[in-house]
Design a protein around this ligand. Structure first.
Ligand code: NAD
Length: 508
């Protein structure tokens, strides 16, 4: 039985209770497994989406290939106008899309709206980029020769996404890829297919207005569809966002056919708080980083390294801040934490809390699921023993569990901070210029993102986003991340009457 509010959100975006998960601008008959979307706040089903079987995927890839043949020859600024239109339509539907994210994924309304804003921002960025995509001119060693470096499109891009940013991760890829000259085929998480259907409906309008069917394509499904896409040579680039174990498999499959992968995998993010920190800022940043999105962001704060002088005070203030967090319906006013995404996630939370205590952690607050329908848990703080004696600190548990470690100084904090396999986001709170600069130096954080007096979570789209080590090394979104979507071509142009060879080689 669909709740009245849920029905209204789905109706506002034209989502029916049973729908196909294959689209190229036209909805196709799909014949794969049925994906049931659940409301994590109640556990009740919202709608069913029929996923893709390999034959359906094949039709979708062929549509993308056909569009690529034409799209790559449109001037990039013209491609940008299609992305501009996408941004306009996202603005128009921002409220409804944000509500759908909250409904299907469980993040609170403000964060759902923030996710849609991120899509709008990346569209704006991509439109500007469509008049850039700069190459270099390089000095040649040969007379009357010129060297240039230019960037050309690769071909259709497979975009495999995680449940926790059910729309924005697609936009980071699709908006940039489209201006670079590529159609995308999107395989969303099987737990959030309705978010993908809603975005696809908007894309269909863009494709119709810009005579570009096959530009934005959908291939819903589970792991089988993801494997099929990873193995598929018609995708020169596979952009994968998700967990480290699955990322490893995708990377191996794509590498096996010498394709290119762009990996955005799990994080295990830490904040260092030194004795001289502004604790007011630190507490707010840690609370948002650890509790926001119920601890289900790749950039969520999981580890805090508190210098001994402020450690006790910081923990007490965090416990007090956590007590004010209202938990409940993510669409309700004033709620700061919604449910976890699934029953399995609640199981992983319970298991992690149990292991934290077994490994010598002390529960400072939280630690249990809530007795109510849906997948709710308490945000949890654990005072942890030394980092190296606490194996749990090396894992990403996708839940609102924060481990607080006491350290003597910045060097001890950095050693522990960098000891984990993941390397996504990091932060330091300090008023010391020296400590901040050390954190950002080659001796400092080994992550793709390192912040000073700002938390680990909530990146802007203007920077390149991604992480090192097991996080996969990929960069998406802003800066020059667009280069990952293109092939670099080095060109030598001889405008003389002679044929001098490089390095002075003589021949004929
Ligand atoms: P997941 O790895 O379970 O699934 C991600 C996607 O991979 C889904 O679409 C899934 O259907 C697909 N998939 C599953 N098995 C596959 C296989 N064998 N081959 C190909 N595809 C397969 O991840 P999740 O639980 O949806 O998302 C949470 C994870 O994503 C966390 O680890 C989080 O840190 C990470 N994440 C990273 C970033 C980033 O930018 N670094 C952003 C968001 C989420």
């Amino acid at each position: 039985m669909i709740h009245k509010k849920s029905a209204e959100i789905l109706a506002a975006l034209g989502i029916e209770s049973r729908t196909s998960g294959a689209c190229t601008g036209e909805w196709l008959e799909s014949s794969g497994e049925i994906l049931t979307s659940l409301d994590p706040a109640t556990g009740a089903p919202l709608a069913e989406v029929r996923g893709c079987a390999p034959a359906d995927c094949n039709v979708v890839v062929e549509a993308a290939r056909a569009r690529f043949a034409e799209w790559r020859m449109r001037p990039a600024p013209e491609r940008g106008r299609a992305v501009q239109r996408l941004g306009e339509l996202l603005r128009e539907h921002k409220h409804a899309l944000g509500a759908l994210i909250s409904l299907e994924m469980g993040k609170i309304r403000s964060e759902g709206l923030g996710e849609v804003q991120e899509m709008i921002d990346v569209c704006d960025f991509a439109v500007g980029l469509s008049r850039q995509l700069y190459g270099l001119t390089i000095q040649s060693e040969r007379p009357r020769h010129r060297l240039i470096e230019q960037w050309r499109p690769l071909g259709p891009v497979a975009v495999l996404t995680a449940f926790n940013f059910p729309m924005a991760v697609w936009a980071w890829n699709a908006a940039i890829a489209a201006v670079c000259g590529h159609p995308c085929v999107w395989k969303p998480s099987p737990t959030t297919p309705l978010c993908a259907i809603a975005v696809q409906r908007i894309c269909n309008q863009v494709m119709q207005e810009h005579a570009a069917p096959g530009l934005f394509n959908l291939c819903a499904g589970g792991a089988d569809v993801g494997r099929w896409m990873s193995d598929e040579p018609r995708f020169p680039l596979v952009s994968f966002t998700g967990s480290i174990p699955v990322g490893r498999e995708v990377a191996a499959r794509v590498a096996g056919r010498l394709g290119r992968s762009l990996l955005e995998l799990g994080g295990n993010n830490g904040i260092v708080v030194l004795d001289d920190a502004n604790l007011e800022l630190a507490v707010r940043a840690i609370a948002f980083g650890a509790v926001g999105t119920a601890g289900q962001r790749c950039t969520s704060t999981r580890r805090v390294f508190a210098q001994r002088g402020i450690a006790r005070q910081l923990s007490e203030r965090l416990v007090r801040a956590y007590a004010t967090v209202s938990i409940g319906d993510p669409l309700a006013d004033g709620v700061l934490m919604g449910p976890l995404a699934s029953r399995a996630a609640v199981g992983a939370y319970v298991s992690a809390v149990g292991r934290a205590v077994e490994q010598g952690g002390e529960l400072l607050c939280g630690g249990a699921p809530l007795e109510r329908p849906g997948f709710f848990v308490q945000p949890t703080i654990v005072r942890a023993p030394a980092h190296e004696r606490f194996p749990l600190a090396f894992e990403e548990t996708f839940a609102p569990i924060l481990y607080v470690f006491e350290v003597d100084d910045l060097d001890e904090a950095l050693a522990a901070h960098n000891a984990v396999p993941q390397g996504l986001s990091s932060a330091i709170f300090t008023e010391s210029l020296r400590s901040a600069e050390k954190f950002l130096s080659a001796l400092g954080s080994d992550c793709g993102i390192a912040n000073v007096n700002a938390g680990t979570s909530g990146a802007e789209i203007g920077g390149a986003f991604g992480g090192e080590k097991d996080t996969g090394g990929g960069r998406e979104s802003g800066s020059d991340a667009w280069k990952a979507y293109m092939r670099r071509q080095t060109c030598t142009i001889n405008w003389g009457d002679d044929l001098p060879l490089a390095q002075g080689v003589e021949f004929l």
